[in-house]
Design a protein around this ligand. Structure first.
Ligand code: NAI
Ligand code: ENO
Length: 368
């Protein structure tokens, strides 16, 4: 679908060049093309740019004229080099990036060009565990925060143009200073990643019989530990000090939890301290915004037994559609060798009873 060029702030956004056509660069290209923007793409590996073009993310070429915005979508360690080359070649009116750390890469460019008004950092808070253009999605940024980090020298029109870029990608722009950004992502993304890796690492050499009885809790808390280490190594290298600060505070919490558990194990202590840490967890989790950046959406789960036969899941989804209910999310629990799996259909709370009744009437086994 193509619409008129994106109009919000800083004038219309008509032309964008994306340097780095991997997961994020190609997703930016796809989203901008959907918004009617003309996109050109380049990559250190021309084959990657060609694949992104094939998927519809833009034309694999350098721009012939300066574009409205150049987006550096290379790994964090390469971003400053990409921006410096582009600024030297005069490729755009406004320059931005999407790297997951902001202070280091932006300072390197600002140091070479003090007071450069056309430079504004950016970081979409959306990603996937896979990389490369083949993993790109047009709707990757839909409803997600896109952190925009102006520098002291950034001009207002350039900040607005980067916000227009975020909006054209379907994201919600949020302004922060680079250092505030780096502390925030250390807290909500980088340190949690390290903790997930540490928890999952405990399982690596554990007895098979213990790992074999794992349920959904440990899967939930270790999901991101499945990611390719390379991009996370770049992020942790570039944001080491803020991440260490979060982990040091966590170490103090862990020491308090140990004291409380040791006291319980020794007998005679109350459960107050352990309860306090569990309640602090409830309070923190409650503060996480929902998928669209608003308050947490509490979805209702309708668990349905799905026989392990080809086409059964598709048949279930058709039955949900026939019930007139929108699927907000879908999770599948399935153990090897079992003749059936459990599909957890997540729907708006007001619709769960109606869906359960409709599926039961249609012959599905609903576990509620
Ligand atoms: N993967 C994720 O979940 C997210 C990543 N980001 C940021 O997006 C940026 C790109 O990450 P991904 O798309 O995930 O990685 P990716 O590995 O899918 O793509 C990066 C691309 O940059 C290219 N590249 C490397 N050096 C280059 C250079 N000097 N000039 C031009 N292209 C170059 C690589 O060949 C590769 O195709 C990173 O800075 C990352 O921090 C931001 C939000 C989420
Ligand atoms: O880790 C997270 O919180 C994500 O939601 C995915 C992600 C990974 C890397 C980024 O730079 C930004 C977002």
């Amino acid at each position: 679908m193509t619409s008129a060029p994106a109009e919000e702030g800083g004038g219309a956004l008509r032309t964008v060049h994306v340097a780095g056509a991997g997961l994020i660069g190609a997703s930016v290209g796809l989203a901008l093309r959907r918004a009617g923007v003309t996109v050109t793409l380049s990559d250190a590996d021309p084959e990657v740019a060609r694949r992104a073009e094939e998927l519809g993310a833009g034309k694999a070429a350098l721009p012939e004229e300066p574009v409205d915005v150049l987006v550096a979508a290379a790994p964090p360690a390469a971003v400053a080099g990409v921006l410096l080359e582009a600024v030297a070649a005069g490729r755009a009116r406004t320059y931005t990036d999407v790297a997951g750390v902001k202070e280091g890469p932006l300072r390197a460019v600002a140091d070479a060009h003090p007071g450069l008004a056309s430079l504004v950092g950016g970081h979409p808070m959306a990603g996937r565990e896979r990389s490369g253009p083949g993993a790109a999605r047009t709707d990757l940024f839909e409803g997600r925060p896109w952190i925009v980090t102006p520098l002291p020298g950034s001009g207002a029109e350039h900040v607005e143009r980067v916000e227009a870029l975020a909006l054209a990608c379907g994201a919600v722009p949020v302004r922060m200073e680079p250092a505030e950004h780096d502390r925030a992502v250390a807290l909500v993304s980088h340190a949690p990643h390290v903790v997930a890796a540490l928890v999952a690492g405990r399982l690596a050499a554990a007895p098979e019989r213990a790992v074999g009885v794992a349920g959904t809790g440990v899967r939930d808390i270790t999901r991101v530990a499945e990611s390719d280490p390379a991009p996370w190594l770049s992020l942790l290298t570039a944001n080491a000090a803020p991440v260490a600060e979060v982990l040091r505070a966590l170490r103090a919490d862990l020491d308090r939890a140990l004291d409380a558990l040791d006291a319980l194990a020794a007998g005679g202590a109350t459960t107050d301290d352990v309860e306090a840490l569990l309640r602090a967890g409830n309070a923190g989790r409650q503060r996480l915004p929902g998928r669209h950046g608003g308050p947490v959406e509490h979805l209702a789960t309708v668990p349905v037994v799905v026989p392990d036969r080809p086409g059964e899941l598709a048949r279930l989804l058709v039955a949900v559609e026939e019930a007139g209910v929108n699927v907000e999310d879908l999770e599948i629990e399935h153990s090897l060798g079992q003749p059936a799996g459990l599909a957890e259909v997540l729907v708006r709370p007001g619709e769960a009873d109606r869906l359960a009744a409709a599926l039961t009437a249609a012959g599905w086994s609903v576990h509620r």
